[in-house]
Design a protein around this ligand. Sequence first.
Ligand code: HEC
Length: 153
Amino acid sequence: MSRKNAVMALGMALGMAAFVACSGGDAGSQEAASGAMAEGQETAAAEVEQQMELPEGVTMEMVNQGQEVYAGAGLCYVCHGAEGQGMPGLGANLTDDEWVHGDGSFDALVATVMDGVDSGASTTGTAMPPKGGSGISDEQVRQVAAYVWTLSQ
Ligand code: HEC
């Protein structure tokens, strides 16, 4: 089989597998599947916890709640992107280890999120309002800072 055909065959096989996985089964097996996924996520979280030493005062629970704040009430995704990858002309990339404001430590992240970034200090000229303008609680700021901290590790 030529290389091109082999690639096509592989593509088709993957497509079939995805089709079977998506269309397959009754509600029961779907529940089982999502249960397995939740389990997988918990395992992943435990692995992350093992791999990186969280800053003092930060728990994995805070990180998980922070992820919800990021993608929800905190409105962070609006300017920093769903994956924290940044948005041209708006918020900076939060997944790399280059920090424009502060040193990337947990405390610095809390401070930046709490105070926002002045338009004069922003490299894009766009200001980040305190707490992203979302009005989240101080507790939620600490949670979302914990989540952002993990993004760059
Ligand atoms: C209105 C748009 C906007 C929203 C909403 C927003 N930010 Fe920002 N953020 C910015 C801008 C603009 C900067 C400065 C970027 C620059 O200087 O290049 C920034 C900078 C940051 C930085 C510093 C990045 C660095 O490289 O030093 C962090 C951390 C951060 N934001 C976290 C958050 C979090 C967490 C939230 C949600 C609570 C949030 N931001 C919501 C616009 C926003």
